[in-house]
Design a binder for this molecule. Structure first.
Ligand code: FAD
Length: 318
């Protein structure tokens, strides 16, 4: 079922959902299931599965030379979605990236998703590769998420890239896109970034999931500004509980977001990472309670590995 239908059917009740990351190449999917299993108690209508960009690795040729090769460290997003969908009978949402994929490769991924009965896809640009200082579009690929949304929307109308295929059964993907309450790091202003978000909506996006934020006022303000420029689709808040002390540096560095001073002080004073995890969980519970009271459509959690903290949060709220 589409995310928008889940939201409609919930009749104003806030839903619970979360995101998982595919296991590293060579690892077993059972570790992922172990993290998902306990969370099924809270009946998530959908689970997101991320896609990671390709990386360069250097293979020692044995003659003093290194050969640069490209690899994916966490492949298998669509396969994982199919297995989650069939094991738990929930909607699984693959994240699709512009970076690292030609439009043709994207079309084939979408065709696979359609065959597998996947109803939703999350359309993202992706970040720069690790060694790049800024994002460079892949040759033959989409440059911005709005271009990817456009490609998916065209496929929904039965328009394939190159050939005049006679379409008997069109895809009907519900399309999610990313939104940034503290603006995207490359955007010159929040107003400009919101205009880019509007372009994604105009291209056919059906719902937005936000980047993590720790100050609910930033989310409320973002939603207000989005509504003012005519973005009228659901805007789902993304929540990340702080889990280790290093997050104080890592999250602002990677996601260009601010952390509230009281949270920073509490984490800095914590005696170990067990205490940090507890503080992060408590903070996320309070943050979620306020969002719940404001009637957000879904509370979407970034789990990034072990899910015991997400379980503790959901137990308090759902
Ligand atoms: P876009 O919407 O294309 O925006 C990127 C930048 O370009 C913005 O600064 C925007 O303002 C600007 N822009 C947009 N259109 C134009 C235009 N026409 N002209 C000039 N500038 C323009 N990354 C992953 O690698 N894998 C994942 O699974 C993943 N999942 C995510 C899930 C969520 C909910 C979120 C919020 C992010 C996720 N990301 C993921 C990170 C995302 O890929 C990065 O934040 C990326 O840098 C931007 O992606 P986007 O889809 O927002 O890009």
């Amino acid at each position: 079922m589409k995310v928008t239908e889940h939201i409609k059917n919930a009749n104003g009740k806030t839903l619970f959902s979360f995101e998982v990351i595919p296991p590293k190449k060579g690892k077993n999917i059972n570790d992922l299931y172990k993290n998902i299993d306990p969370l099924m108690e809270f009946k998530p209508p959908f689970i997101d599965v991320t896609t990671s960009r390709e990386e360069h690795v250097y293979v020692n040729k044995g003659n003093g030379l290194l050969e640069k090769r490209i690899t994916r460290m966490r492949p298998g997003t669509v396969g994982i979605c199919a297995s989650i969908k069939h094991k738990y009978d929930v909607d699984a949402i693959p994240h699709l990236l512009c970076g690292g994929f030609t439009k043709e490769e994207t079309e084939y991924v979408l065709i696979d998703c359609h065959y597998l009965g996947i109803d939703n896809v999350m359309a993202l640009r992706g970040d720069a590769m690790r060694e790049e200082s800024y994002f460079t579009p892949t040759k033959g690929g989409n440059a911005y998420a709005s271009d990817l949304v456009n490609q998916i929307a065209k496929l929904n109308k039965g328009e394939y890239l190159h050939d005049g295929v006679i379409v008997e059964h069109k895809s009907d993907f519900c399309i999610g896109v990313a939104g940034y309450p503290e603006k995207h790091m490359e955007s010159p202003s929040l107003v400009t970034d919101l205009k880019r978000l509007k372009a994604k909506v105009d291209a056919g996006a059906d719902y937005v999931v936000t980047q993590m934020f720790f100050d609910n006022n930033k989310y409320f303000e973002f939603v207000k500004k989005a509504r003012e420029i005519g973005i009228d689709i659901p805007i789902i808040p993304g929540i990340k509980p702080i889990a280790v002390k290093r997050h104080l540096q890592l999250l602002p560095q990677v996601f260009k977001i601010d952390l509230p001073q009281d949270l920073i002080d509490a984490v800095e004073d914590a005696k170990d990472n067990k205490a940090v995890r507890q503080i992060g969980t408590e903070f996320a519970i309070q943050q979620s309670k306020e969002l719940l009271a404001a009637g957000v459509p879904v509370l979407h959690y970034y789990s990034m590995g072990k899910s015991d903290n997400i379980y503790a949060i959901a137990k308090e709220l759902f």
